[in-house]
Design a protein around this ligand. Structure first.
Ligand code: ADP
Ligand code: MG
Ligand code: ZN
Length: 494
């Protein structure tokens, strides 16, 4: 049998760190990147007798995420202890939610490979605490534990096994990322581990009604590795089955360098964790008004922004998709549009030249296509403001600079962002629109290119394009192209 006779089935467990100021059960800061063990206290270091108190913001953020993903919100829920030993978990249990999660039965809509809308069902979203981090000494000198991350709030978003290809899994994760960014509950920085996914993969013969045995790849935090890992793992499982073997349910580690998965441990079941309600915490009870209030204050979601871009600004489906894929990009677009009132120009600059420069700089992760880049874009990658971009577009629209000069201004904006007007003054890039000056250039170019002049007179209209090009070169892109065109025509027809 061939690979094509099989279907891949996937469900994702996505962990997102919430961007609350303080941890979930204590008031230590959640900020990333501090010196090891400086954001800790008796509660998150698991000192005996220290008592946790639930951070209300965590509940609010999780409810927000649930509402934005069409979940039912539980009025009654609770925190449970999930018992296991690991050196980065000093309590030897994680406070999580077992049988009464905050949110259940939601869905996220994606486009499948044929471009049809497809709902990926969410089983649940629950709140829990993150563990600490082990820093392994690469020279074999042991491992050190950093508890700054212990107690940072997480939501875990569990999907049903509704995904059918690596591409769908990628789409789903991107959609989820953009929703969480829009509602501002997580910064979703995959590089910093703020968003990571456990990917469950199984295969089955097409047409089969039962699912196959799954394996789980833990803590994946880049789109590219997820796609590669799924493809590798599905192939591996098919090979095992084709050889008459059986898939073991196990937890795997994906190794990006060798492009392979390795067994980590046998899969444990819920019963291995001995879940029980945490006796140190009170049950969570929400009122209808509380939930309604959060619902009424949800910010605009990407889908609705996209519709506005299509209707209000007349942008294409593709451009609207790219711009709204990242909240950051979308905000930049809207900010600049408000000032210069030229939506199409802003979209074009952002999606072509700005993206190209970002791509060349290989900011964040190196990406091979611009759509991916737009989707993965995060704050702090673009150094200039919406206002600066808008002002540059206004300068072009007014004819103060040509769009060729606009490109140079953009490069400057990346290097040393400031008011574009100042940039062009300093650099002497103001467009030449003075008739006398233009005429001088035109005459000079005509004299230097008798062949083109003859071509034009012989009916080859294209020759004028060449002449304008030469004049632009001569003026280092500063001459007003419309005026050049007009004046060349006048002179040639004399
Ligand atoms: P855990 O991994 O914590 O034991 P679950 O049993 O709830 O949790 O399943 C976790 C994930 O595995 C879910 O996202 C679910 O959709 C997915 N999943 C379950 N069965 C399969 C399967 N046969 N193939 C692929 N994914 C599956
Ligand atoms: Mg799992
Ligand atoms: Zn603490």
């Amino acid at each position: 049998m061939a690979r094509d006779d099989y279907e891949i089935v996937m469900g994702l467990e996505v962990h997102a760190e919430l961007s609350t100021k303080t941890k979930i059960f204590c008031s230590c800061p959640t900020e990333f990147g501090a010196d090891p063990n400086t954001h800790v206290c008796p509660v998150c270091m698991a000192m005996p007798g220290a008592l946790p108190v639930l951070n209300e913001k965590v509940v609010e953020y999780a409810v927000k995420a649930g509402l934005a993903t069409n979940c039912e919100i539980a009025m009654d829920s609770k925190n449970d202890r999930k018992n296991y030993f690991y050196p980065d978990l000093p309590k030897s249990y994680q406070i999580s939610q077992f049988d009464k999660p905050l949110c259940e039965r939601g869905y996220v809509e994606i486009e499948d490979e044929e471009g049809n809308k497809k709902k990926i069902r969410l089983t649940r979203i629950h709140i829990e605490e993150d563990a600490g981090k082990l820093n392994h000494n690469e020279f074999g000198g042991g491992s050190l534990v950093d508890l700054n991350r212990a107690g940072v709030p997480l939501i875990e978003i569990v999907s049903e096994p509704d995904l059918r290809s690596a591409k769908e899994a990628e789409e789903y994760l991107k959609k989820l990322k953009s929703i969480l960014e829009y509602i501002e509950v997580s910064d979703c920085k995959m590089q910093e581990g703020s968003l990571r996914a456990d990917v469950n993969v199984s295969v089955r013969k097409k047409g089969a009604t039962e699912y196959g045995t799954r394996t789980e790849m833990k803590n994946m935090n880049s789109f590219r590795s997820i796609v590669r890992a799924i493809e590798y793992e599905a192939d591996r499982q098919i090979d095992v089955l084709e050889d008459g073997g059986k898939i073991e349910q196990e937890t795997l580690r994906w190794d990006d360098v060798s492009g392979r998965t390795f067994p980590m441990r046998d899969k444990e079941d819920a019963q291995d964790y001995r879940y029980f309600p945490d006796p140190d915490l009170v049950a969570i009870r929400l009122s209808k008004e509380y939930i309604e209030n959060i619902k009424n204050n949800l910010p605009e979601l990407p889908e609705s922004r996209k519709q506005r871009y299509l209707n209000e600004f007349g942008l294409s489906e593709k451009d609207s998709n790219m711009l709204t894929a990242s909240k950051y990009l979308s905000n930049l677009f809207e900010g600049a549009e408000k000032i210069c009132k030229n939506a199409k120009a802003v979209a074009n600059w952002l999606l072509s030249d700005v993206s190209k420069i970002l791509n060349e700089k290989e900011l964040e992760v190196p990406v091979d296509d611009l759509i991916k880049l737009a989707e993965e874009m995060e704050a702090d990658q673009i150094p200039f403001t919406a206002e600066q971009l808008a002002k540059m577009i206004v300068l072009i629209d007014k004819g103060t600079i040509s769009s060729a000069i606009g490109k140079k201004v953009l490069v400057e904006l990346f290097e040393n962002p400031k008011d574009p007007e100042e940039i062009i003054k300093e650099k002497g890039w103001i467009q030449i629109s003075d008739e006398g000056a233009i005429k001088e250039v035109v005459l000079k170019i005509l004299e230097a290119n008798p062949q083109s002049v003859a071509d034009f007179k012989a009916g080859k209209d294209k020759a004028i394009g060449f002449l304008v090009g030469q004049a632009m070169k001569e003026t280092k892109g500063k001459a007003n192209p419309q005026m050049l065109n007009k004046m060349f025509l006048e002179e040639l027809k004399k």
